[in-house]
Design a binder for this molecule. Structure first.
Ligand code: GRF
Length: 209
């Protein structure tokens, strides 16, 4: 059984896709041990509560320094002895110590086809604004392992989504969530739970289906 901890900051629609996937059996052999938010009022915590999953907030504002917050966050994550940490719209920079402790055991979903529109400053709606400003015809989502860089870790799976001529950033964001993110993230977790994902020479390899 793959034990996961999901880190969130906001609405939690990706979290919901994971909860639904586990309940409906599209994500097999997986248990959501806890949901941790940096934001006490994140609706994602309500989603966890409604699903009967342990939820908690670890907020930077409750600590005297970033270092104290980072070590508290790592301590809370460690408590659950998770096999995998899933960043599902988590807007906090992951502490280096956590990345070292969970090498190739942290995944993130990014709402573009990496390496386009990723890296420092590309988060939330800004990603879609940049894609539209560049005039791309295809965008999408990427699930990747987290390394010490920003969106630079091994790419596990990607899914393309069409950009339509009159798209607003919000419309594109919504289409990418519906047609890519909510499908891709559960697929990757299921593949990891089945032991089908490995990292070879810095590249993620997904075997079978
Ligand atoms: C998603 O677009 C995800 O790709 C990005 O943050 C957003 C989170 O949305 N990293 P939600 O909280 O899962 O609804």
């Amino acid at each position: 059984m793959l034990k996961i901890v999901v880190l969130v900051s906001g609405g939690g629609t990706n979290l919901q896709a994971i909860i639904d996937g586990v309940q409906e059996g599209t994500i097999r052999n997986t248990q959501i041990a806890a949901v941790i938010s940096n934001n006490k009022s994140a609706f994602a915590l309500e989603r966890a509560r409604l699903a009967g999953i342990q939820g908690e907030a670890v907020s930077p504002g409750d600590f005297a320094s970033r270092e104290e917050f980072n070590s508290a966050l790592l301590k809370r994550v460690n408590c659950y002895e998770a096999d995998l940490i899933v960043l599902a719209g988590f807007l906090v920079k992951i502490p280096e110590a956590m990345i070292d402790a969970y090498e190739n055991r942290i995944i993130n979903i990014h709402p573009s086809l990496i390496p386009s529109f990723c890296g420092v400053g590309y988060y939330g709606i800004k990603v879609h604004e940049a894609a539209l400003a560049r005039g791309v015809k295809i965008s999408g989502a990427t699930v990747h392992f987290v390394d010490q860089g920003t969106d630079t870790g091994p790419i596990i799976m990607q899914k393309a989504v069409e950009v339509l001529p009159d798209d607003t950033p919000k419309q594109l964001q919504q289409r990418i969530m519906e047609q890519a993110e909510w499908i891709l993230l559960p697929q990757v977790i299921d593949a990891i739970a089945a032991g089908r994902v490995s990292v070879v020479d810095g590249h993620a390899v997904v075997s079978g289906s």
